[in-house]
Design a protein around this ligand. Structure first.
Ligand code: IPE
Ligand code: IPE
Ligand code: MG
Length: 243
């Protein structure tokens, strides 16, 4: 069954790659006088519909910011709740995602995660690695600067070992060493909850992204809100430096 909401023909143009900074779970919990973990749980409940709708619209790629390298600064209880949600999300969604031909890629340093989470993520990537549908990127233990440093290091090592001519390093070569290798740049970046910053998300890939900052807190963000952002995107004049 297709999701509620608009269909591809309703949009004169759609982004190829959407990034979402799912922010506002903490404030949502506070507003409802609930423990923070409930806010994060509520934040995974609308996620399924957002992913489905992205798939229905045949948008090529969706990148979701789930856990930043800076989020380790939160309390051990909150980090534990988020780590548990990662396991729960994959346990409940992986079958449908795989069935829908979605290819999952984890953006971020999986080696810095507990073994259970690491194994779950590796398994999801391996299981869906040959799928040819929606590219679903989930950023976990991710930082944009760390990603850029990692790419620079890879290039340096290849050059040192004589496998790469430094003169051949260009933007394309650099982009190939990022987690999003082979994917289009982010066209539309949505951050919920009214915060207007990147918080270290996809710094390279967002170079020419359009930014939309809905006021709604992430758990309240619906498919209709998503369609509204996509409609606003379609009305933006993108110049890429030209006239
Ligand atoms: C975003 O919600 C989810 C994560 C960072 C994992 P927050 O927890 O940052 O929500 P606010 O910003 O405190 O409302
Ligand atoms: C960014 O949100 C990270 C995620 C949504 C996963 P934060 O809430 O952690 O960002 P800051 O601290 O407000 O910049
Ligand atoms: Mg936040």
């Amino acid at each position: 069954m297709p999701t509620q909401g608009l269909t591809r023909v309703d949009f004169p143009v759609l982004p190829q790659h959407v990034g979402i900074i799912m922010d506002g779970n903490g404030r949502w919990a506070k507003k409802h006088r609930l423990a923070i973990a409930f806010g994060h749980r509520a934040g995974t409940e609308n996620l399924r519909e957002i992913i489905r709708h992205t798939d229905d619209l045949k948008i090529a790629a969706l990148s979701l910011y789930a856990f930043s390298t800076e989020n380790w600064r939160r309390s051990t209880d909150e980090v534990a709740a988020l780590m548990q949600l990662i396991l729960d999300f994959f346990a409940s969604e992986i079958d449908e995602l795989d069935e829908k031909n979605v290819r999952i890629t984890i953006l971020g340093d999986k080696d810095g995660l507990p073994k259970k989470q690491r194994d779950t993520l590796l398994e999801a990537e391996a299981r869906t690695g040959k799928n040819t549908g929606l590219r679903l990127n989930i950023a976990i233990n991710y930082g944009g600067r760390a990603e850029i440093v990692r790419a620079a290091k890879a290039l340096a090592e290849e050059a040192r070992d004589g496998r790469l001519d430094p003169a051949a390093i260009d933007e394309e070569a650099f982009a190939q060493r990022l987690y999003t290798t082979g994917q289009p740049d982010v066209d539309l970046l949505i951050r919920t909850s009214g915060e207007m910053r990147l918080s270290n998300f996809l710094l390279w890939q967002c170079a020419y992204a359009e930014f939309i900052f809905p006021e709604k807190l992430w758990p309240d963000f619906t498919v209709a809100d998503y369609d509204q952002a996509l409609t606003e995107f379609a009305g933006r004049a993108r110049r890429f430096g030209g006239r």
